[in-house]
Design a protein around this ligand. Structure first.
Ligand code: HEM
Ligand code: HEM
Length: 176
C-alpha cells in the first residue's frame, strides 16, 4: 500500500505508550494488587483516564485509523469476516484495527470504564454494600480476562495467517 521505501508509522508513540500503560494497569489490577485497596483504586482510575485520553486524542487525530468512531462494529462486515475466519480464508487487513479486532479493543476499553464506575460505586455512600454492584465489578473483571485472551489469540492468528509480524505493532508502530 505504501510505496515509499521507509515504512510509515501506523501507531504513533502516544498510542503505544497508552497501550502499554493500559496493559500494565490491567495486569496489576487483575493479578497483582490487593483487590479493592487504595493502589487498586488509583490504578483503576488511571486506566479509565487512559481510555479517555486515547478516545479524545484519537478523534482529534488526522489519521482515520485512530478514530474510535470508525471502529464501531458494522454487523454485515463482522459476519463476513467471521465466515472467512471459519472457512480459513484470508481476512481483511485494513490500516488500523481489523473488523474482528475492533470490537475486542472497544470491549477492553468499555470493560475498564465499567470497572472504574462500579469500583467507585462500591465505595460510595449510596451503593456501599450493594451486592449487585460488586457482582458487576467481578463479572466485568472476568470479561476483561476473556477479552485479553481474545486479543492475544487474534494477534497470534493474524501473525500466522498473514505471515507479517502483527504482534510487534505496539513496539515498532507498524502493522507489518
Ligand atoms: C482496570 C480497572 C479495574 C480492574 C481490572 C479491577 C479488578 C478487580 C477484581 C479482579 C476484583 C476482585 C473481584 C472478585 O472478587 O473476583 C476487584 C475488586 C474490587 N475492586 Fe476493582 N478493578 C478495577 C478498578 C477499580 C476501581 C477504580 C475501584 C475503586 C475506586 C475498585 C474497587 C474495588 C473494590 C472495592 C473491590 C472489592 C474488594 C473486596 O472487598 O473484595 N476497582 N476489582
Ligand atoms: C493486558 C494486556 C493487554 C491489553 C489490555 C491490551 C489492550 C489493547 C488495546 C486496548 C488495543 C487497542 C490500541 C489502540 O488502538 O490504542 C491493543 C492493540 C494492540 N495490542 Fe494490545 N493489549 C495487551 C497486551 C498486548 C501484548 C502482550 C501485545 C504484544 C505482544 C500487544 C500488542 C498489540 C498490538 C500489535 C495491537 C494493534 C493490533 C492491530 O493491529 O489491530 N498487546 N491492545
Amino acid at each position: 500500500m505504501n510505496s515509499s521505501s521507509k515504512k510509515s508509522v501506523l501507531w504513533p508513540i502516544w498510542v503505544r505508550l497508552t497501550h502499554w500503560a493500559l496493559a500494565a494497569a490491567c495486569v496489576l489490577n487483575l493479578a497483582i494488587l490487593e483487590e479493592g485497596e487504595e493502589p487498586h483504586q488509583w490504578v483503576g482510575y488511571a486506566a479509565a483516564a487512559l481510555v479517555g485520553i486515547r478516545a479524545i486524542a484519537g478523534q482529534r487525530s488526522k489519521k482515520r485509523a485512530l478514530k474510535l468512531s470508525l471502529m464501531l462494529p458494522r454487523p454485515r462486515l463482522l459476519l463476513a469476516e467471521l465466515k472467512k475466519l471459519i472457512a480459513k480464508k484470508a481476512l481483511d487487513r485494513p490500516e488500523g484495527h481489523s473488523p474482528l479486532a475492533a470490537p475486542v479493543m472497544l470491549g477492553i476499553w468499555g470493560a475498564i470504564l465499567v470497572l472504574a464506575l462500579t469500583g467507585f460505586m462500591q465505595l460510595s455512600d449510596t451503593f456501599y454494600g450493594e451486592e449487585w454492584v460488586y457482582e458487576i465489578h467481578e463479572l466485568t473483571s472476568q470479561a476483561l480476562w476473556a477479552l485479553i485472551a481474545a486479543h492475544m489469540l487474534g494477534l497470534a492468528h493474524d501473525t500466522r495467517s498473514s505471515g507479517k509480524p502483527t504482534w510487534k505493532g505496539m513496539f515498532t508502530g507498524q502493522k507489518g
